[in-house]
Design a binder for this molecule. Structure first.
Ligand SMILES: [Zn+2]
Length: 93
């Protein structure tokens, strides 16, 4: 443990070698084939891993909406509400 001049404990000084390794930012976030950060990580880089997780979550949501009756009912009800609201906001359309 490291102590300051009054004897209080302080966090150990971090040397650069203790910090997490830098990862190149993706130059083109949409380019999964030629991503230097993915190459550096020898896997998906943090950006693309997060992006893939988000895509997977969205896909799961859509599957739920298309296959679950409770979800379909709620979606249709909400859709109806929005349609009614839009019709009142723009009468005559
Ligand atoms: Zn990447």
């Amino acid at each position: 443990m490291f102590l300051d001049e009054r004897g209080k404990p302080v966090a150990a000084p971090q040397t650069t070698s203790e910090l997490p390794a830098p990862e190149t930012a993706p130059y083109d976030p949409m380019d999964w084939e030629d991503c230097p950060a993915c190459a550096e990580a020898q896997d998906q880089c943090r950006y693309h891993r997060g992006f893939a997780a988000g895509m997977e979550y969205q896909r799961d949501l859509i599957i739920t909406v298309l296959t679950d009756h409770a979800a379909i009912d709620q979606l249709q009800q909400r859709h109806g509400e929005l349609k009614t609201k839009a019709a009142h906001a723009h009468p005559g359309r």
